[in-house]
Every structure is written in C-alpha cells, then in structure tokens.
Write a protein that binds this ligand. Structure first.
Ligand code: SF4
Length: 278
C-alpha cells in the first residue's frame, strides 16, 4: 500500500492561507506535496496579489487550476432546437418572480461544483496518481475549515480520498487564525470569493465598494448583464439579484452590517464544502 499524498485545498482566504503557512512552519505535518487553488478567474485583484505573496512563503508549490471564467459561463446564452433562448443558473442568485414578486434563492450551485471542485479534483487525481476505479487511499485533502464552521465538514464519498481538517484538530477559529498570523507578522489575507458572489455580507460589499471599486463595478455590471439575459430567456420566470434586498447592487444601502456571507442564514454552510471564502 502506497503512502497517501497530502494536498492542501487552498481557497486563499484566511483559514486555508493560515493552514498553509502553519504547514510551512512544521506546525502541521507531514509537509504537503502541494496546495491547489481553483481559480474562477473572477476573484478581486487583492486575492491574486495575496496568492503571489503566499506562494513565495511556502516550500511546496501552489498549483492554480481553472475551468474557465465563471462570469462568462454564467452569462452564456444557449438555444434550444426550436430557437428558444435559455441560460444556466450557475450563480446562487436571489430571485424575484416577474409576476408575483415572490422572493426566492437559487440553490444547488453549479459554480462551486464546476469551477471549484471539478478542476481541483482533477488535479488531485493527477498528483496522487489515482487510477480508474481506485480503491486504495491515495490522497489526504486538507481543508481550511475552522472550529467555528464545523457544520461545513464532510466525509469524502470517494474511497481513494480522505478529508482532513487541521484547524479543527488544532481547535482554531477564524479569529484564532487571524491572531496567529498577526503574531507572526504576516499580512492580513483578503476574503477570497468571486467579486459578484451573492453570499457576500454587507461588510464585504462595502469593502469592495470602498477599497476595490473596480471589483464592485465589475459585480454591478455583471448583475445588469445577468438581469438582461434572464429577462430574455425562456427558462426563467424570475429576475435575478446579487443582494438579498432585491435591489440593484449600486442602489443597496450597505451601511448596516449583515451576518458573514448572508450565507449561514441561507443554507450556504451546508452546500459550500469549504471551497469559497464567503
Ligand atoms: S464565491 Fe460565490 S459565486 Fe464564486 S464559486 Fe463560490 S459560491 Fe459561487
């Protein structure tokens, strides 16, 4: 039986970055073979700058993988044989029924599955040399879920892969990770998520608006384009929004703090598997 390959699933937010730095310092062992970052190509620039910095601190490689640009896929218009337009619901939008005005939410996200998990698992298979119908344990994936998020922990459904949660083993919360990084003199990591992610809290929307206005504008333009496409699609009976207030992003009052990610309120914790930093 071969020794399984240890691989970090790097979201590039606070927890997975702290975990990678702890591995680099020998606080968690054994030394991973690599960290993998699945890039939706729609993260704010601060995340890409952070990744460049992080890469330089780690003794193991950071492998960036991608399945294309999520925003392009989410806006792609397709046609049925009889010429009707349709679009996929790749993003977990908030929705408002065109007729009744009823509020809803798109669940079961394609974005995490297709743009995070798929490219990541493809690379894990490659690194761990997993063959078809593999039965042996080949990969141990380190996932940056902290003690305050244990509801996101999952047992792997694959025989050849096991999930490991080093921050839970160390009983560290997100706040502990931030304090540890601060004590070590490391800079503060940004929150890693697509610029237009509907799971952003008001605090994160505000941060984008004030500190990365180009990313905020990108999100607002994406929302407008998505609204246009959905309105002219035959498979949608609702309008889509990025903010739960169902107002266009530029018009939302972001002065009131909301729960982190608006997410734990809406089932995100159960869906995310720790892949996105919202
Ligand atoms: S950050 Fe949000 S939009 Fe991007 S992949 Fe994750 S859940 Fe989807």
């Amino acid at each position: 039986m071969s020794t399984p390959t240890h691989i970090i699933s790097l979201g590039a937010g606070v927890q997975s970055s702290a975990m990678a730095l702890m591995a680099a310092e020998g606080m968690i062992g054994p030394m991973p073979t690599a960290a993998i970052f699945a890039d939706t190509q729609d993260e704010p620039q601060s995340v890409y700058r952070w990744l460049d910095w992080l890469e330089e601190q780690l003794p193991f490689p950071v492998i960036r993988v991608t399945n294309g640009k999520l925003s392009s896929e989410a806006l792609k218009v397709k046609y049925t044989k009889d010429g009707r337009r349709y679009t996929t619901t790749a993003i977990p939008y908030f929705t408002k029924d065109f007729v009744s005005g009823k509020q809803g939410k798109i669940m079961g996200r394609i974005c995490t599955a297709d743009f995070k998990l798929k490219p990541l698992m493809k690379e894990v298979r490659k690194l761990a040399k997993v063959c078809r119908a593999e039965k042996e344990l080949k990969a141990i994936q380190w996932i940056g879920i902290s003690l305050d998020e244990v509801q996101r922990m999952r047992t792997s459904e694959l025989k050849w892969s096991m999930n490991r949660y080093p921050l839970v083993e160390l009983e560290m919360t997100r706040h502990d990770c931030l304090r540890w990084m601060e004590k070590k003199g490391y800079p503060k990591p940004p929150r890693s998520a697509c610029v237009f992610c509907p799971y952003h809290s008001n605090n994160e929307w505000r941060r984008l608006r004030d500190e990365e206005p180009e990313a905020f504008e990108q999100a607002a333009q994406f929302e407008q384009a998505a609204q246009f496409e959905k309105k002219h699609s035959h498979n949608m009976n609702s309008q889509v929004f990025l903010h739960r207030s169902l107002k266009p992003l530029r018009e939302v009052d972001l002065s009131v703090d909301t729960e982190r990610g608006q997410s734990l309120l809406s089932g995100f914790g159960n869906e995310c598997k720790g892949m996105c930093g919202v």
